[in-house]
Design a protein around this ligand. Structure first.
Ligand SMILES: [Zn+2]
Length: 461
């Protein structure tokens, strides 16, 4: 088996790995590079292989940094089959269509700017448009359940197992028989900590010849989840007591559903003021919540049992899903008692910007930050204590209270990564999906042959 690395190599985004075995060329993930201008520019580069030569994509999960370059791959000639779990298929469709829409909008904006300032054609082209994303949807083929082994081609099999990261997320074990010799590579995908609210704990593959694993938090553990939930309740209760609104920049996939579940639990246990009005002001989070309701078999049994008993885990009392923009704008007239979950998760765009603009300057309000925020983003500026921030070209003073809650991560902390790897019997490890210091720290803790490939590197298993 030949393995080569084409994204998320000594980096956290752009996951893309190529396996060549049994006469087939198989990609595991094909994600988007995210971050600053330099990272974004990498998306338009050559893939490092001919897209038309790829037979299959095995998709571990629906996050943009794992599926976001698939429409571009299709645009450049990929005509093979995408295989994944049913929830990943539903969520990835949502994510790819949303990415296409955002890129079209960005391109239009830059075109308008170029026309104004740089008339000689400085406009950016979108990486792909809605039509390309629609064409990518046609490439989805078989779906696979956890624990199921699929003959993806002659002498080539893949087995999916739960990765405990987001709904439908999986680790994938790829096996081939070449001239009577059996070889296996296990891809961790992104891994979640055990004990998450909605998802069962990850189930690692038992053995392989090599493991390709994520290392995002290879250098640290998260704060305990239970303490974070209490902090979350306390923040909302304080803001309500002051007579303000709570703004929560929220990732649409998994985090929004988790928060709805915790809000429901907190209200039921009288840990939250009973009169709060909860808004999910994100069309994508609303769709992702519906997908979770429809994929109960991929949730913890007790959560699935709630859905079966019509006690929806994602519907706390006084909840409103605001899909239409006029309903979103109507929230602006509420001065007090609203808990507003809106995207984007790092406050880089989306409806949350409107809510921040309306509430950030009011000392009785609060911003509750429950997710990762990379450098340069608005969420990060608020976390870092900025006294005022720029929103839609205006300076807005930050007078609202700021609550940074660290324990809700969808990624496994260092101890869980080490424990996961300890359960897979394999002589070799390739670390991917991590920044160098985190990767190095995890490498030092793992036994056996551990490497940290650079983009374009190859290995024979
Ligand atoms: Zn992920």
């Amino acid at each position: 088996m030949k393995l080569s690395f084409h994204g998320a190599d000594q980096d956290v985004t752009g996951s893309c790995h190529l396996v060549e075995a049994a006469g087939k060329r198989v990609l595991v993930d094909c994600g988007m590079f995210q971050g600053g201008r330099e990272e974004r520019a990498m998306n338009a580069h050559d893939f490092g292989f001919d897209p038309a030569s790829i037979d299959l994509i095995l998709l571990t999960h629906a996050h943009l940094d794992h599926c976001g370059r698939i429409p571009l791959l299709v645009k450049r000639g990929f005509r093979g089959e995408i295989v994944c779990t049913p929830p990943t298929r539903e969520l990835a469709r949502l994510v790819m269509l949303d990415a296409a829409r955002l890129q079209e909008e960005d391109a239009h904006r830059s075109m308008r700017k170029a026309a104004r300032w740089e008339p000689k054609g400085a406009e950016e082209q979108p990486l792909y448009d809605l039509e390309d994303a629609m064409a990518a949807l046609d490439r989805f083929g078989r779906t696979v359940n956890y624990g199921e082994t699929v003959e993806i081609a002659a002498n080539l099999r893949a087995t999916w197992s739960n990765a405990g990261h987001i709904l439908g997320s999986a680790s994938v074990l790829v096996e081939c028989d070449e001239s009577g010799v059996k070889k296996r590579i296990a891809f961790s995908g992104d891994l979640g900590d055990p004990g998450r609210a909605l998802l069962d704990d990850a189930e690692p593959p038992r053995a392989a010849d090599a493991v390709v694993m994520e290392s995002t938090y290879g250098d640290r553990d998260h704060r305990p989840l239970s303490a974070s939930i209490e902090e979350f309740y306390e923040a909302i209760a304080q803001i309500r007591a002051r007579g303000g609104n709570a703004i929560i920049p929220t990732f649409a996939l998994e985090r929004a559903q988790e928060l709805l579940f915790y809000l429901k639990l907190g209200l039921r246990q009288s840990k939250l003021p009973p009169d709060i009005q909860i808004f999910v002001d994100s069309p994508m989070a609303i769709s992702a919540t519906q997908i979770a309701q429809n994929c109960a078999g991929y949730l913890r049994p007790q959560i699935a049992a709630m859905i079966a008993a019509q006690d929806d885990p994602f519907t706390p009392p006084r909840l409103r899903f605001t899909k239409l923009s006029r309903d979103s704008m109507a929230i602006n007239s509420i001065a007090s008692g609203a808990v507003i979950m809106a995207g984007s998760g790092m406050a880089t765009g989306g409806r949350v910007l409107h809510h921040l603009r309306h509430n950030l300057a009011r000392p009785e309000c609060g911003v509750v930050l429950v997710g990762f925020a990379s450098k340069g983003t608005l969420a990060r500026q608020i976390i870092d204590g900025a006294r005022d921030v720029q929103i839609f070209g205006e300076r807005v003073p930050v007078r609202a209270s700021v609550h940074t809650i660290n324990g809700f991560s969808a990624h496994a902390g260092r101890s869980s990564l080490i424990a996961w790897r300890g359960k897979v019997a394999a002589p070799k490890t390739f670390l991917v999906h991590g920044e160098l210091p985190a990767m190095q720290a995890l490498k030092d803790a793992l036994p056996g042959d551990v490497s940290m490939p650079k983009i374009g590197e190859e290995a024979t298993i």
